[in-house]
Each structure stands twice: as C-alpha cells, then as structure tokens.
Design a protein around this ligand. Structure first.
Ligand SMILES: Nc1nc2c(c(=O)[nH]1)N[C@H]1C(S)=C(S)[C@@H](COP(=O)(O)O)O[C@H]1N2
Ligand SMILES: [Mo]
Length: 309
C-alpha cells in the first residue's frame, strides 16, 4: 500500500491514538499538534454523525480527492488529481434526450437552483474491492426524471460523460480499451433511477466537486459498484432497451449491467466477499447491496442475482 505523506488519520484511529498518547504521558506539545491537525476532520465527523453507521468513519477530504478512478485523466489512482487541472467544469449543461415529454438542454445552474441539495453520507464500494465513506451533496435523480416526464416505453436511462480530449489527457488515447471508444457511458433501469437513494451529486464535504470526483455533476448509486457512478455527465438519455455500457463492453466476462454489490458473486479474478476501506489496514466483510439491502432489495425481488450480477 502506498501511504501518501498528506494522508490524514481517520477520526476513530485518531481517538485511539489520542488515548494512547495521553496514557503514555506524552508531552503537551505533541498533543496540541495532533489536535490541531485533526480538529477539522473531527468537526465533520460530528456534523455527519447522525448519518454514519456504527462501523463507518468518514474518509478524509484528502483521501476522497487523491485516490480516484477517472480514466479520462489516466488509469493511476493519483492521475485524476494530478492531471485534471485543465478541465473546465463551468459553464455546463446537460442534454436530456430520448423517450421523454420534455427533452432539451438544461443549464447546470438552473438544475442546482431548481432542486433541493441534500447531504448524503454514502459508502462507495469499488469493484476493485476498496471502499470509502463520503459525505456527498446532491439531489435525488428522481426529481429530474419527474420533471422531464419519461414516456411509457422508457425503461432504461443511459448516461454519458463529456468528451474533451484537449482537457482530459486520458482521452487522447482514441479508445478506453483496444476497441471501446470514448465517451464513458453508464446505465440504470428506470426504477433504479427513480429510487430515492440515487442522487446526482454536485459536491462533497460542502465543497463543489473537484474535477477528479466528476465535476460538475456525477451520479452516485450507493448499492452498486463504483463504476456505475458515472462522472462529469453531459447527456441523460431515456431508452427502451438496456443500454450497452462501457464496462460490460470492455470485458463482458467480468462486468455486467446490474453490478449490484454482492459478496456472494466473486469477480473472476478476486473475491468480492471482503473489501479494504481506504485508510484502514484490515479488510472488512462486504455487505449485500453495500449495506443498503433494506432499502433496495425489493427492486430485484424476482431476479436471479447470480445470473444478473
Ligand atoms: N466518466 C467516468 N466515470 C467514472 C469512472 C471513470 O473512469 N470515468 N470511474 C468509475 C469508478 S471505477 C469508480 S470506483 C468511481 C470513483 O469515484 P471517486 O473517484 O469519486 O471515488 O467513479 C466511477 N465513475
Ligand atoms: Mo471502481
């Protein structure tokens, strides 16, 4: 594991360490330095405490903004934070297309002022078996869906990331893999998009999204593997057939459309039964639907989740 020099200790580790420091009669100076360093994270931890489950600790802003997957800026975890400075997330508009009564371009600022932005602490579980706990700001996708009025034969929603090779160095390679062209696309079944847990996020930790996290607008679907949470969205398309999305196109043997977090279905090359929370050393068990089973399992009640993984 690579330890970043700037990595900040999660709050609970800090508490344990503080107890240790106090009980080992460390100097007052050591203690003061430590409390200053961790004071601001400590504050956020308290601010969001009502949304944190017992075993969860917020990841630090540092962790969330320097350990990313965003292939448009490169495939390394630090590429998105290092190589996204040319990207201009404003002004921005989103094109609503396909089977809706009210298609058209929507300006980002109109979206933000029309919908109520809420604080949502969600676990994000990457298919690579690491995870984080992130305090997002955003609005339910259903608010937008209802506003554009899908037609009765709209069964799926396809999302598309912006294509700007001049600002996104990873897009200078013409394709994502040897045959899948940009842009990155994702999809949801309409009822998944209407689920109240599904949000379009505009910020995290009370700060506008940084480029590496998908500025200015990205999807967050907390019970699915992280790659479903598509970043820097420019198009939302209502369609009849299940869309062919980037990851299943790249590797149909390893990635499928649903990609619900499921500890019982291993990735062909590694287990999905456990995960490593960024900032922690020991792995922890992965929960069905990433811990959101109570809220979402009804969406899949008649489906074979081994077959439709
Ligand atoms: N456009 C686009 N969206 C993307 C990705 C990407 O490469 N391109 N990576 C996905 C993956 S694999 C993950 S795990 C999450 C990571 O989100 P985060 O960097 O904000 O934690 O973004 C997802 N959204
Ligand atoms: Mo991921």
């Amino acid at each position: 594991m690579k330890i970043l020099g700037s990595e900040i200790t999660p709050y609970k580790t800090y508490l344990n360490r503080r107890q240790f420091i106090q009980s080992s009669f460390a100097s007052v100076a050591t203690f003061t330095l430590a409390s200053n360093l961790y004071a601001s994270h400590n504050k956020s931890q308290n601010q969001y405490s009502d949304q944190l489950s017992e075993n969860d600790v917020l990841n630090t802003y540092e962790e969330i903004t320097t350990y990313n997957n965003f292939y448009e800026f490169g495939i390394g975890k630090s590429d998105p934070s290092n190589f996204s400075n040319k990207f201009k997330p404003r002004p921005w508009s989103i094109s609503v297309e396909g089977l809706v009564t009210k298609p058209g371009m929507i300006d980002l600022e109109d979206l933000i002022s029309n919908f109520t932005i809420e604080d949502r602490v969600y676990r994000l579980r990457c298919v690579e078996a690491w995870s984080m706990v992130i305090p997002w700001q955003g609005f339910p996708l259903k608010d937008l869906i209802k506003k554009v009025e899908p037609l009765s034969d709209a069964k799926y929603i396809e999302f598309e990331t912006v294509y700007r090779p001049e600002e996104m160095p990873g897009q200078k390679r013409k394709t994502i893999s040897f045959y899948v062209p940009w842009p990155y696309t994702e999809g949801l079944r309409l009822d998944e998009g209407l689920h109240p847990l599904t949000i379009l996020s505009t910020g995290l930790y009370g700060h506008d999204l940084l480029n590496q996290n998908g500025a200015p607008l990205r999807l967050v679907v907390p019970w699915k593997y992280g790659f479903k949470s598509i970043k820097s969205i420019v198009a939302i398309r209502f369609v009849k057939e299940q869309p062919k999305t980037t990851w299943p196109l790249i590797n149909p043997g390893e990635y499928a459309f649903y990609s619900n977090v499921n500890p019982n279905v291993d990735h062909p090359r590694w287990t999905q039964a456990t995960e490593r929370r960024i900032g922690e050393f020991f792995r922890r068990p992965t929960s069905m639907f990433n811990g959101y089973a109570e809220e979402v399992s009804d969406l899949y009640k008649d489906m074979d989740l081994i077959k439709y993984y």
